[in-house]
Write a protein that binds this ligand. Sequence first.
Ligand code: ZN
Length: 119
Amino acid sequence: MPIKNLLGLSRLAKPLTSEEGRRILERDQYRCQYCGLDGQSNFENSLIMTVDFVLPRAQKGKKTAENLVTACRPCNTIKGRRVFANLEEAKAYVLQRREALHKDWEKETARLKTRTAAT
Ligand SMILES: [Zn+2]
């Protein structure tokens, strides 16, 4: 499938070969292991799929299947280089941050809408 060549793995997960990255993506069925976004459901989603080091490389995280998960770029960015005891803890943090960001976004869009309506 040509989609595999569009996943930007070489840039985002440098130490992984595209073959190693593809194995992780296929194992996870191209689904973000944090928020559940489905990279196979549409083209836009496929473009933002990355492979995340659960324990960051900067913290000596290994390039093993257990330490690698499929993650969409927003979740990967939110998680950053934070260190968690395991994937479950990382996931709890990412989902909580997403929820907070979602609430901020709702407030902001509501504010913009009232402003637009007032003019
Ligand atoms: Zn995600």
